[in-house]
Design a protein around this ligand. Structure first.
Ligand code: HEC
Length: 56
């Protein structure tokens, strides 16, 4: 679903999302519960904000 829209804001949100997801993967691999939940929350914020703007 990532490259379907030619839109600057959409792209920026998408890139920020992917970066946060990369960080999430790294934190998860270290097995620290508190940091894992924080990173997960950060990534989920992108899901919600992008859907609020672009999902019909
Ligand atoms: C950069 C924007 C963006 C991000 C970030 C994003 N989404 Fe989406 N998502 C969309 C758009 C746009 C659609 C609608 C696509 C369509 O209708 O063809 C969608 C559709 C979906 C759907 C289909 C459900 C439905 O009602 O049709 C699911 C499930 C979903 N996203 C989950 C997620 C989850 C989970 C995350 C975070 C891990 C996420 N998305 C992050 C833009 C995004």
């Amino acid at each position: 679903m990532c490259n379907r829209f030619e839109n600057e804001v959409f792209k920026k949100t998408g890139i920020g999302f992917h970066k946060s997801a990369d960080e999430l993967g790294e934190v998860l691999s270290k097995g620290d519960m508190k940091n894992s939940l924080a990173a997960l929350g950060n990534t989920m914020t992108y899901c919600v904000s992008c859907h609020a703007q672009f999902k019909q």
